[in-house]
Design a protein. Structure first.
Length: 244
């Protein structure tokens, strides 16, 4: 009892601030703002890393690259960023290659349709340069009556080619001379004389250039075609034994 009374007396004589500290010391200090922010960032990095892993599992390279770059940018010193950087370069390289392959494939248009008493199968690509309204089509054609042909088809008045003419061309930088002629019917086209030779040069090429002269002002133009996405299997062969 005496000890209890002495203890109560001692508490009563302590300053108020010390009593408050004594009451708080048992529960530990609350985290400050910086600690709370660090914990929130760690949680966000972990959640984004889980998403990145899931995107890799389902093979979504486009979203995985986007998420991976975001993790590295926002949480550069985190364990999540360290893990991402082990796989991101390879995934990004694969995504770029796949995207470019798909872009090149989309440049080609394949069609099969009736045409002037027969059936026509075409593979067509627009020039990358010049582009837009000034582009010139490169057309590979098979027709049940006319056979196989390769030609350029542009807008406007067409090309300067008096009788036979020679197109200076390159196939992946290797020079070639292509014989051509303008159709007597007057279409704005240039017909390739040796289509088989042209197709053999086209096979496996990535870029083709052809120097032409336009009727409009006799302007000289270098046509560029990004032909790397050409798929010969999609240029349908025709049964010429069933001519109409």
């Amino acid at each position: 009892m005496i000890r209890s009374a002495v203890f109560r007396l001692a508490l009563a004589t302590l300053p108020a601030g010390m009593l408050v500290l004594a009451g708080c010391s048992g529960g530990g200090a609350a985290p400050d703002a910086a600690q709370q922010q660090a914990a929130a960032k760690a949680q966000a990095a972990s959640a984004n890393l889980d998403t990145y892993r899931q995107l890799l599992r389902i093979g979504n390279d486009e979203m995985a690259v986007s998420m991976g770059k975001d993790i590295v940018r926002r949480f550069p010193q985190s364990a999540a960023a360290a893990e991402v950087q082990k796989t991101l370069p390879e995934i990004e390289k694969r995504y770029r290659e796949t995207s470019e392959k798909n872009r090149l494939a989309r440049l080609w248009l394949y069609q099969v349709a009736p045409m002037q008493g027969g059936i026509q199968s075409t593979a067509t690509i627009q020039s990358s340069k010049p582009g837009g309204n000034d582009s010139v089509r490169l057309i590979l054609r098979r027709h049940t009556d006319w056979g196989q042909s390769v030609f350029l088809f542009g807008a406007g008045a067409g090309f300067v080619c008096r009788g036979n003419c020679t197109i200076n061309a390159t196939f992946d930088g290797k020079p070639a001379r292509i014989k051509a002629f303008a159709p007597p019917s007057g279409e704005p086209a240039l017909m390739i004389r040796d289509d088989k030779h042209f197709l053999s040069l086209l096979e496996g090429a990535s870029k083709v250039t052809m120097d032409v002269t336009l009727v409009d002002g006799e302007k000289k133009e270098t046509l560029l075609y990004e032909v790397g996405g050409f798929d010969p299997a999609k240029w349908q062969k025709l049964d010429t034994s069933k001519k109409k």
